[in-house]
Design a protein around this ligand. Structure first.
Ligand code: NAP
Length: 253
C-alpha cells in the first residue's frame, strides 16, 4: 500500500525553486500523491538530477530552468506546463534569497531590490502569467517563514519580505476567489542548504531546537505534508490563511 493517499491524481503542480530542500520535498510529496509535477531552478544540472530522482520514484515530472526573477524563464515555465499538461491545479511559490546579514539601515539599495524582486515581486509576476490557466478548485501556496513574524537581527530584511507575503496571501486570495484558494506556509528552521549557516553550527542548532516546544528542527517532510494538505480538497474551505509549521515557536505579528 502507498504510504500517502492519491489526492492529486490527474492534477498538475508547479513548484518553484524545487530541485532541493523544501521545494523538492513538496514536489516529491505532491508527485507521490499522483500529481504531475513541474520542477525548476536556476541550474540545468540541478534540474536534471531532480527530475531523474522524481522519475525513479514513479513520479511524472517535467523539469525546466527558471530563475524566478527572469521574465522569459517564468513565461516559459507556464507555457511548457500548458503545452505538456494543459492545466495548472497547484502553484507553490517557494523561491527566496537571503543575500545579507546587515541591519536594514546598512543594507545597500541593490540588495534591498534583490530581496524584494526574488522574495515578493517574482511571485506576483509568476501568478500574473499563470492566472489564466488556473483550474476551478486550484490552489496557490506562498512559502514565507517564521522570520516573517519577528525578523531576527541577522536576517531582518529577509524577514520583512516574508512579512510581506502574509499580506500578499490575503490580497491575492481575495483577487482569485472563489475559483482558486491562496494560502501561505511559515516554516520554522529546517536544515537545508539555505539554513546551513545556522544549522551546521552545533551550539546554534541546539539553541534553535530549544526555541521550539517540540525540541527539534523542522524537516522537509513536515513542510511537504502541510503543503499537500493546503493544496488538497481537504482544505477546500481554507483560503487567505497562514499555516505556521515551526514546532510551536511564537508566531504573532
Ligand atoms: P534550499 O534547500 O537552499 O533550496 C533552494 C532551491 O531554490 C534550490 O533548488 C535552488 O536551486 C533554488 N533556487 C535558489 N534561488 C533561486 C532562484 N532565484 N530562482 C529559482 N530557483 C532558485 O532552500 P530551502 O531551505 O528549501 O528554502 C526554500 C524556501 O523555504 C525559501 O522560500 C525559504 O525562505 C523558505 N524557508 C526556509 C527555511 C529553512 O530553515 N530552510 C525556514 C523558513 C522558510 P538552484 O541553485 O539550481 O537555483
Amino acid at each position: 500500500m502507498d504510504k500517502f493517499g492519491k489526492r492529486f491524481q490527474g492534477k498538475v503542480a508547479i513548484v518553484t525553486a524545487s530541485t532541493q530542500g523544501i521545494g523538492f520535498g513538496i514536489a516529491e510529496r505532491l508527485g507521490l500523491e499522483g500529481a504531475s509535477v513541474v520542477i525548476s531552478s536556476r541550474k540545468q544540472k540541478n534540474v536534471d538530477e531532480a527530475v531523474e530522482s522524481l522519475r525513479s520514484k514513479g513520479i511524472e515530472a517535467l523539469g525546466l530552468v527558471c530563475h524566478v526573477s527572469n521574465a522569459l524563464h517564468r513565461k516559459n515555465l507556464i507555457e511548457k506546463t500548458i503545452q505538456r499538461y494543459g492545466r495548472i491545479d497547484v502553484i507553490v511559490s517557494n523561491a527566496a534569497a537571503n543575500p545579507s546579514v546587515e541591519p536594514i539601515l546598512n543594507t545597500k539599495e541593490s540588495v534591498l531590490d534583490k530581496l524584494w524582486e526574488i522574495n515578493v515581486k517574482a511571485s506576483i509576476l509568476l501568478l500574473q502569467d499563470a492566472a489564466p490557466h488556473l483550474q476551478k478548485g486550484s490552489s496557490v501556496i506562498f512559502i514565507s517563514s517564521i522570520a516573517g513574524f519577528n525578523p531576527p537581527p541577522a536576517m531582518s530584511m529577509y524577514g520583512v519580505t516574508k512579512t510581506a507575503l502574509f499580506g500578499l496571501t490575503k490580497a491575492i486570495a481575495a483577487e482569485l476567489a472563489p475559483n482558486t484558494r491562496v494560502n501561505c506556509i511559515s516554516p520554522g528552521f529546517v536544515p537545508t542548504n539555505f539554513a546551513s549557516f545556522i544549522t551546521s553550527n552545533n551550539e546554534m542548532r541546539k539553541a534553535l531546537e530549544e526555541k521550539t516546544l517540540l525540541n527539534r528542527l523542522g524537516e522537509v517532510g513536515d513542510m511537504a505534508a502541510a503543503a499537500a494538505f493546503l493544496a488538497s480538497d481537504e482544505a477546500s474551505y481554507i483560503t487567505g490563511e497562514n499555516l505556521v509549521v515551526a514546532g510551536g515557536q511564537p508566531s504573532r505579528l
